[in-house]
Design a protein around this ligand. Sequence first.
Ligand SMILES: Nc1ncnc2c1ncn2[C@@H]1O[C@H](COP(=O)(O)OP(=O)(O)OP(=O)(O)O)[C@@H](O)[C@H]1O
Ligand SMILES: [Mg+2]
Length: 236
Amino acid sequence: MDVLLAVDALQTFYGKSHVLRGVSFEVPRGEITVLLGRNGAGKTTTLRSVMGLVPPRSGRIRFKGADVTGRPPHRVFRMGIGYVPEGRQIFPHLDVGENLRLAERAADGGTPWTLERIFEYFPVLRERWRQRGRSLSGGEQQMLAIARALFGNPDLLMLDEPSQGLAPRLVRELETIMVRLKGEGVTILLVEQNARMALGVSDRVVVLGKGAVVFAGATAEFREREAELKGRYLSV
Ligand SMILES: Nc1ncnc2c1ncn2[C@@H]1O[C@H](COP(=O)(O)OP(=O)(O)OP(=O)(O)O)[C@@H](O)[C@H]1O
Ligand SMILES: [Mg+2]
C-alpha cells in the first residue's frame, strides 16, 4: 500500500501532562481513515502533533516520504496538509472570499482547486461571497472551513469533528462531499465522535484509547469487532 502519512511512536505532552503515549498508525493514499476515541483520548492532540502545533517530544511523522516531525505549522501546510480544526476557526471579520484567499497554495499535482470547483462543492459560498465569517450559520462556517483547507490544494485533508453541531441533513451532505473528494484523489484523515457517520464513509479505522492506538484496521475488520471495541473504547 502507498502510505501518505506515517505516524510512529508519538509521545506528546502539554507541560507535564503526558497525552500521547506512543501513537503509531498509517494513512494510505487515496483512502478515508477515521480516528475514533472517547473524549480526551488524544484525537485532537494527534492532529495537532502532525500539524506541528504541539510538536511531539519523541516519535516520527513522515509525510510523502519526508520527515516532517516538529516542523512549524506553516511548513507542514506548505507540504500539502490541510487542517480543519475543531470549532472551524474561520476569521469572523473577514468575508468568505478573504477567508479563502488566505489559504491559497499552489497544487503540486492533480487538478488545482479553483473557485469554480470550490463553488461546485459548496454552492452556498458563492451566495455568501461578500458576507463576513461571523454572519454565516454554523453549517456554512463548516463548509467554508473545509473549502479553505481545499484551496490549499492538500494531498491530505485532516478534519476534526466536522459533523459537530450540524443538522442531520448537513451531516449527510458532508458525507457526500467526503466521498466525492476521495473520488478525486484527496486522502482524508477524519476525527469523529459520530461513529455511525464515520464508519459509513471510512476505508480504515484507528481507535485511540487514552493516548495509545488500541485498534487499527480495515472498516470491515472493525465491524467484526464493533460491539467489543465500542463497549471498551467508544462512547455509545
Ligand atoms: N492545551 C492543553 N493543555 C493541557 N492539556 C490539554 C490541552 N489540550 C488537551 N489537553 C488534554 O489532553 C488530553 C487529550 O485531549 P484531546 O483534545 O486530544 O482529546 P480528544 O480525543 O480530541 O477529545 P474530544 O473528543 O473531547 O475532542 C485530555 O486529557 C485533555 O484534557
Ligand atoms: Mg478533540
